[in-house]
Design a protein around this ligand. Structure first.
Ligand code: MSP
Length: 569
């Protein structure tokens, strides 16, 4: 049956790999039919694009790190749409992770009933994502009935296939991370009070010793499948996380406890047929991705890209693909793992009191202001630092001054009385000053370079390239002094200078749509660029076209509006 479903979705050209059960239950054979693509932001073979964010714990309020996970996915979707992906072919899922001890304890500490507590915080995440224009198409909450059904179905399937056994588990458990840890993953620290404490070596959160009778998943049997899945060195980006995952997968894999006794954890989904056990919250949570896709229906499976932070790589890169292979489904096509945001050089945490609230930032900088700061400053391969002073500086220098002033200068009625995107005189290109020649060179290359960076989810890099063109355009305008050219009897020179500068703004406006959708659309409106001329291909309408002939005709500008108001520190 699974085999049938999987192959019915694959064509010779599109199939990547599939797992086919041969002979006995546990004998798996992985068949690589064709691997035409690994991590990529191209649309799926079947014409849709499926991307996910992690689902967020509701024990605390959203912060900018959470929003960053969602923004990477959102920018990737918008980039797809600029390439012609129809809205109804996009599956972009996000949501909230609401079961488990940690959430139950947070609800108790809040004096609330768990569900009411979850409703409140889940709503805050959703509200934030709406405020930040995250264009998700599915919002999954693990307390929803559809999700509980998906989890029960999945778990029963694992049991039916003989991948689960009841065993005695003794080991460390970290409630903050909701994770079981081996001896090697735990170390001792000395508190300022000289008291000694055992903590998770990775997160620093306290651990406790548990001896329980739990359902176990035979993770150890999936080592070669995982190694195979990781053979494609673009499976996980950036590279350092791919390598990290390979190291973990090559170590001895221990079986995974996938339930907790319900007398210890009652806020969760019971194991099918055994209410004395609750399904481990991470297994519950990971299945949200299937819930979003309509599981048990698997037509839309697997995701093209799963976005996640570095702290949850093991769950997504070891346990999740193994669980999926266990029930005969394809693992995700790719993972995009990002690093974390620190604040003024320190880890962001409630106990340090330095959590940056995204809603406050949106009030201060606007949704697009915050989107710009996070996508411009966030580097997936290494941690990024948030600083209030730096944030204000960047927005003022780049959006208000460099981009905003370029637009307002070149559309000012004093320089541009006919309110036109004026025509470029091709002869002018031959006598341009050096700053102009350099700018044209940048513009010719800009679509391909930015495309490559966005494609690799390096939005920060694409933004840098766009802003370098803006800076160069300002240098060019400064050198050409259009305010002096307006006194010349012939308007050719002035028109050409304005057109080159405004063409830069048009291209940057198109390229920044995935990053700052509202601001970019406002900018393109000001230039009078019709909505159906804002796709990625339209980047090549001007300087990338060998003859530059589109630039010889003029069109009317739109209404003038200030792009970005400077922020006071
Ligand atoms: N609930 C789990 C995920 C389950 S997915 C099946 C979880 N939730 S979380 O709320 O703690 O984290 C959600 C995402 O936010 C993760 O990708 C995590 O890496 C990310 N971030 C949390 N803190 C962060 C920063 N300081 N900076 C950037 N991202 C951060 O884990």
């Amino acid at each position: 049956m699974i085999r049938q479903i999987m192959f019915s979705r694959m064509t010779a050209q599109t199939a990547r790999f599939s797992f086919v059960k041969c002979g006995s239950r546990n004998k798996r054979k992985m068949i690589v039919t064709q691997c035409i693509r690994s991590i990529s932001s191209e649309t799926s073979s079947d014409g849709h694009f499926f991307i996910t964010t992690p689902i967020f714990y509701v024990n605390a309020e959203p912060h900018i790190g959470h929003l960053y996970s969602a923004l990477l996915a959102d920018a990737a979707c918008r980039f797809q749409q600029l390439h012609g992906l129809p809205v109804n072919s996009l599956l972009f899922s996000t949501g909230t992770d609401e079961h488990g001890l940690k959430i139950e304890q947070a609800a108790v500490a809040n004096g609330s009933d768990p569900l009411q507590f979850c409703n409140k915080v889940s709503h805050k995440f959703r509200y934030l994502f709406d405020l930040a224009n995250i264009s998700y198409t599915q919002y999954v909450r693990t307390v929803e009935e559809r999700h509980k059904c998906a989890v029960k179905h999945f778990f029963s399937k694992l049991m039916d296939r003989g991948h689960i056994y009841l065993g005695d588990y003794s080991g460390w458990y970290c409630v903050s991370d909701e994770t079981f840890l081996t001896e090697a993953q735990v170390h001792e620290i000395t508190l300022p009070s000289s008291e000694k404490r055992l903590v998770s070596a990775e997160s620093g959160h306290p651990v406790e010793w548990n001896t329980e009778n739990n359902y176990m998943f035979k993770l150890s049997q999936f080592q070669s499948d995982l190694q195979y899945w990781l053979k494609d060195d673009k499976r996980v980006q950036p590279k350092r996380f791919h390598q990290q995952l390979q190291r973990w997968v090559n170590e001895d894999l221990q079986d995974l406890s996938v339930s907790r006794p319900s007398y210890r954890v009652s806020w969760g989904i019971p194991v099918p047929g055994d209410t004395l056990h609750t399904i481990y919250v991470w297994v519950d949570a990971l299945i949200n991705y299937l819930t979003a896709a309509g599981y048990p229906n698997t037509e839309l499976w697997p995701p093209d890209v799963q976005v996640l932070g570095k702290d949850i790589l093991r769950f997504h890169g070891v346990y999740w693909p193994a669980l999926l292979i266990g029930i005969g489904l394809e693992p995700p096509r790719s993972l995009l793992c990002h690093s974390h945001w620190t604040v003024e050089g320190e880890k962001m945490s409630k106990s340090l009191g330095n959590v940056v609230c995204p809603q406050d930032c949106i009030k201060r900088y606007s949704a697009d202001g915050l989107r710009y700061l996070l996508l411009r400053g966030g580097t997936p391969h290494s941690d990024s630092n948030w600083s209030e002073a730096h944030a204000v500086h960047i927005l003022n220098v780049e959006l208000a001054d460099a981009l905003g002033n370029l637009l307002s200068r070149c559309t000012a009625p004093s320089l541009n009385p006919n309110q036109l995107m004026p025509p470029l005189d091709q002869q002018y290109l031959k006598k341009m000053p050096l700053a102009g020649q350099k700018l044209v060179e940048q513009l010719v290359e800009l679509p391909c370079i930015i495309e490559k960076h966005y494609h690799d989810f390096n939005f920060y890099h694409g933004i840098e390239v766009a802003m370098a063109a803006v800076r160069q355009a300002n240098a060019f305008v400064q050198e050409e002094k259009p305010w002096e050219l307006k006194n010349l009897p012939d308007s050719n020179h002035l028109d050409s200078v304005l057109r080159v500068a405004l063409e830069t703004v048009r291209m940057v406006g198109i390229a920044l749509q995935p990053v700052v959708p509202t601001l970019a659309s406002q900018l393109l409106d000001s230039l009078g660029v019709p909505v159906h001329h804002r796709a990625w291909v339209n980047l090549k309408d001007g300087f990338s076209n060998a003859q530059y002939d589109n630039l010889s005709s003029s069109f009317n500008l739109g209404p003038r509006k200030k792009l970005f108001t400077k922020i006071k520190l």
